[in-house]
Design a protein around this ligand. Structure first.
Ligand SMILES: [Zn+2]
Length: 296
């Protein structure tokens, strides 16, 4: 089966959006993220059942649908308690906020889909940075914001870091050299935090256990720098956001559909905010348009 031990009592199920598992001595377990949908929640319980594990708790790294899509099913079926950061909890409990944020208003129906809007579930515990004890086992909660506002990692007692989407695997970045970000400045701080941790075992839901962490962090950093550099080039003359987007899509050869459009636009907005807030660019209105231009 596609389940394997990462280290000690720390396991993973290799779905396209993988689920982490920490097994307690009584064979109950903590899940880390819940997969992309109810179907993945169902498959997870079947796999855990085969191994004789019972779900007692679920930690979400963030509220994106591919990480909490199985929440509702797992919560209703097992009664597990759900842990998330306060900001991500707001999105998990009110998933309309995700397409609302991407569209900047009550979204068109086409954006209220399972890729952008997971089913709502209840978060029982809002976690903060520091130690989290569950049944005597000590987990470390590590804020890793940037990819989403309240994105959070968790380190199991076996010293495996589940880093969520705070890093993207090099393999994925080679085919898709773009980062989905909500906050560039926070993401840069997160990369610094990750560098300082010197962890050997870092698990990514998209990409699995990583082997060369410093190289992975550098690669992620470089992809972001390339993106910021390109945007600065493009706004050498004044341009609006929706004018910049197709240039970015063509430059980095990104696939595009309605979902991708709003996700890329949101990341582009994060980059433009960062460039303006760090005085590399400025924003103004002219002839009824909101324009961005590089500063000298
Ligand atoms: Zn994500």
């Amino acid at each position: 089966m596609n389940t394997h031990v990462l280290q000690g009592n720390t396991w993973a199920i290799n779905f396209p959006s993988a689920i982490g598992i920490y097994v307690f001595p009584d064979n109950t377990c903590l899940l880390i993220d819940s997969g992309a949908s109810e179907a993945f929640g169902r498959r997870t319980l079947k796999i855990l059942d085969n191994w004789g594990f019972h779900t007692r708790a679920l930690f979400n790294t963030h509220a994106h649908a591919d990480h909490c899509g199985g929440n509702r099913y797992l919560q209703e079926t097992t009664g597990c308690e759900i842990y998330a950061s306060p900001i991500e909890a707001a999105f998990i409990e009110n998933p309309i906020l995700i397409p609302y944020g991407l569209f900047s208003a009550s979204p068109v129906k086409a954006l209220k889909n399972k890729y952008l809007m997971p089913e709502a579930s209840r978060v029982d515990f809002r976690v903060e940075e520091g130690e989290l004890f569950i049944d005597g086992a000590c987990f470390k909660i590590l804020p890793l914001p940037g990819h989403s506002l309240g994105h959070t990692g968790i380190i199991t007692p076996d010293e495996v870091l589940f880093a969520g989407d705070s890093l993207t695997s090099i393999d994925i970045l080679k085919g898709f050299p773009f980062l989905y970000l909500a906050d560039v400045e926070k993401h840069l701080d997160t990369l610094k935090t990750l560098r300082g941790l010197n962890m050997d075992r870092v698990f990514l839901p998209h990409g699995g256990l990583q082997d060369n962490i410093p190289q992975l962090i550098d690669y992620n950093y470089q992809v972001l720098m390339n993106l910021l550099d390109y945007i600065l080039q493009v706004i050498d003359s004044p341009r609006g956001r929706e004018e910049i987007l197709p240039l970015v899509v063509e430059k980095f050869n990104l696939p595009l559909n309605r979902n991708q459009y709003v996700l890329i636009l949101s990341s582009l907005s994060a980059c433009l905010s960062y460039l303006c807030n760090t005085k590399q660019a400025k924003v103004y209105t002219e002839k009824n348009r909101l324009l961005f231009i590089k500063r000298d």
